[in-house]
Design a protein around this ligand. Structure first.
Ligand SMILES: [Zn+2]
Ligand SMILES: [Zn+2]
Length: 177
């Protein structure tokens, strides 16, 4: 499997480097492409957040089309209309996903910064969204990275691997974690 990461309003070079190091154990090829697209129309001034579905739609118009699975990585706070916030969104059985690290920072909740926790949370949310890309739904097993997370505690509690069931389903699509 190939993965293309598109940083979009994303300024944390060290986190990107650390994520690349980990994701290269999972994917045959991981590439980073810097893009410059206008996403102002995805911003809600009322919510002070960006509408993730519209960001994915905008990125899908990129030419040339990026290869493999395409992950947009951003610092922007994301929403979909029915939820107060989301950590990420992915197309089921598609190629595109977006993950925001905005609410994965420990300093969003406490005054303390914790880089290793930020890396672990970001890694989990990325493989979770990529799991949706290969058709995985939410899983009830807390050890499984496909468990849903609406709050940061849930991101921390769940594991960073697939459970046996999700592992089997993902493996059929070439995604081995
Ligand atoms: Zn999910
Ligand atoms: Zn599972």
């Amino acid at each position: 499997m190939e993965l293309t990461i598109l940083p979009l309003k994303f300024a944390n070079d060290q986190l990107l480097k650390d994520l690349l190091f980990r994701l290269r154990f999972v994917f045959e090829k991981v590439e980073v492409i810097n893009i410059n697209i206008d996403i102002e129309h995805t911003y809600s001034a009322q919510r002070r957040q960006f509408y993730s579905t519209k960001i994915i739609e905008s990125v899908k118009t990129l030419n040339p089309v990026p290869e493999g699975f395409v992950l947009i990585l951003t610092d922007m706070d994301l929403f979909v209309p029915v939820l107060t916030h989301i950590y990420g969104e992915a197309e089921y059985n598609g190629r595109y996903s977006v993950v925001s690290v905005c609410r994965l920072h420990e300093e969003f909740y406490t005054s303390e910064s914790n880089n290793s926790l930020l890396l672990e949370r970001s890694y989990k949310e990325i493989v979770h969204e990529l799991g949706h890309n290969v058709g995985l739904k939410h899983c009830k097993d807390w050890t499984c990275v496909m468990h849903s997370s609406s709050g940061i505690e849930e991101v921390d509690i769940k594991g960073n691997l697939f459970c046996n069931v999700c592992h089997g389903l993902a493996k059929d699509k070439g995604f081995v974690l």
